[in-house]
Write a protein that binds this ligand. Structure first.
Ligand code: BYC
Length: 471
């Protein structure tokens, strides 16, 4: 079951050929996907040979195969993690019952909405990143960008398989609509805010893959707990691919930080910008921006949708098995709200606070990333500056803090104070223009742009000066 059949038009490990109707429907969607990829995927690199990894089996450890491939020839397909024997619903009102291999009628609409929302983010990120090939800091980074892009394309396939396979006509319509919305488009935007934000430079890309892809990790983890077993199995395999995206983001930002310190040391005034680097306060502002946008992706702190998802057994907590109580009724969790001018803690029924429970896990994980970045700063000899995470109330546009303004420490601030200080906290137009001005491409194997340190090692044990992308 786990090995992937590449002899068919749509590679898969779900025995697609045994369901002719589904196979035909997906084969009809495939050219539309390829048209979308050619129109909205990486600009200018579709004919290049890229050193990409492809799944060969969904077994642990044994799934990667590396080769030079033209991106439009990448074998996008449908790969599910192996079914667990006698898997049971792990939480909510149906806890302990056998998991479902069909969609229960009463949950059809909400489940479809979850799958569509998840699916919508995948092509969105490819659209956001499509111009970055023109400004890559190295061939190594260019290849990593394209690896991320083709895998997001595959994650779209994963959700489209579920829509086509389990939701009939409306599922097929939703799958078509996934190729019609566009990141940042005023008339037909992507569903979630972060996926309509521009990604015009590589510092943004590294922050996006650190913070926004990390939301993906936790949302997929919550959906991997789902009682709808096909969703659980597809998310489990997607998580193994997601790990590389997080690596790209975390090491990317770390290399920019290291270089900032190295360049500041070379400058008589300790000014990284004067040496063509990105200074630490600017990096902090980009971190503030993408962390806060990504916090929004968890939805509101108090959410009846989240309670319904949990009750129905559709979306669990991160690693649900680590909790003792999987029903979560008659328990509360404190949430801090703004009562007029003062912050006050209120006890909220736990099921309604599930978005916050997941956001907590996410914030903890982000903290670990920052610890690594700050260790790197110390290793480079930076004695004072440390990157910090802003407070969860800072710069929110979704949820209970969206109506108010808070500083990065989480204190309420007036509109005047916000206006006077926002340039310290979030990237200014001048910051963005400066970062963009550094983005000149480096296409020579082994060479790096001046504003970023070299990575520790190449891909798949190859040297750094390997030609990862052949033009
Ligand atoms: N922007 O009760 P609420 C990834 C909407 S990333 C715009 O607060 P709920 C990836 C919400 O839809 C992972 N709208 O929230 C990363 C609702 O709208 P309706 C993606 C937002 O429903 C990088 C209303 O506000 N996966 O994979 O509890 C690269 C009130 O809803 C936003 C998922 O998100 C926002 N930020 O939770 C590539 C998993 N937040 O229904 C890929 C599936 C909320 O009133 N999605 N709204 O029109 C979900 O589980 C939930 O929909 C959410 C929202 C967690 C997003």
């Amino acid at each position: 079951m786990t090995s992937i059949d590449y002899a068919t038009r749509i590679p898969n490990n779900v025995d697609l050929s045994s369901d002719q109707r589904l196979q035909r429907a997906l084969e009809k969607w495939q050219p539309a996907f390829l048209d979308w990829w050619n129109d909205m995927g990486p600009i200018g690199w579709q004919a290049s040979d890229v050193y990409l990894r492809t799944a060969v089996s969904t077994d642990k450890g044994g799934w990667a195969h590396f080769d030079h491939v033209k991106m439009p020839d990448y074998r996008w397909g449908i790969f599910l993690a192996e079914a667990e024997n006698d898997r049971r619903v792990g939480f909510g009102d149906h806890c302990g019952q056998p998991v479902w291999n069909e969609v229960p009628g009463e949950y059809r609409n909400i489940l479809r909405r979850i799958i569509v929302t998840q699916g919508d983010t995948e092509p969105a990120s490819v659209e956001q990143q499509r111009w970055l090939g023109a400004t890559t800091p190295s061939l190594y980074d260019l290849r990593n960008l394209f690896q991320v892009n083709v895998e997001e394309g595959r994650h779209l396939w994963a959700m489209v398989y579920l829509l086509h396979g389990y939701f009939g006509r409306d599922g097929r319509d939703e799958a078509d609509a996934l190729l019609e919305r566009r990141a940042g488009d005023a008339d037909k935007p992507r569903i979630l805010d972060a996926f309509n934000q521009p990604c015009p430079d590589w510092l943004t890309f590294f922050c996006f893959t650190t913070f926004t892809d990390r939301d993906g990790k936790f949302q997929l983890g919550a959906l991997a707990e789902s009682s709808f077993d096909p969703l659980s199995r597809t998310c489990r395999f997607m998580l193994t691919e997601e790990a590389h995206h997080l690596f790209v983001g975390q090491t990317g930002v770390e290399r920019v930080l290291r270089r900032a310190v190295q360049l500041a040391k070379q400058d008589p005034n300790g000014d990284a910008r004067a040496q063509g680097g990105i200074d630490l306060p600017t990096i902090q502002r980009f971190v503030n921006y993408w962390f806060s946008y990504s916090l929004d992706l968890f939805g509101s702190e108090i959410s009846s949708n989240a309670a319904d998802f949990f009750a129905a057994g559709l979306k669990g907590r991160w690693k649900e098995e680590k909790y003792e109580d999987h029903v979560a009724l008659g328990v509360t969790r404190p949430i801090v709200e703004l009562d007029g001018e003062t912050l006050a803690s209120h006890d909220i029924p736990l099921r309604n606070a599930m978005n916050e429970v997941l956001r907590d896990e996410y914030v903890d994980d982000c903290r670990k990333v920052l610890e690594k970045w700050n260790k790197a700063l110390v290793e480079e000899g930076e004695e004072h500056f440390q990157i910090t995470l802003p407070h969860i109330r800072f710069h929110r546009r979704q949820g209970i803090y969206a109506e108010h303004r808070f500083d990065p420490q989480g204190n309420p601030v007036s509109a005047e104070e916000w206006k006077a200080r926002v340039g310290e906290w979030l990237p200014t137009d001048a910051d963005r223009a400066y970062v963009t001005s550094l983005m000149t491409p480096v296409y020579e194997p082994g060479k790096m742009a001046n504003w970023i340190a070299a990575p520790r090692r190449g891909i798949n044990n190859l040297p750094l000066d390997y030609d990862y992308v052949r033009r």
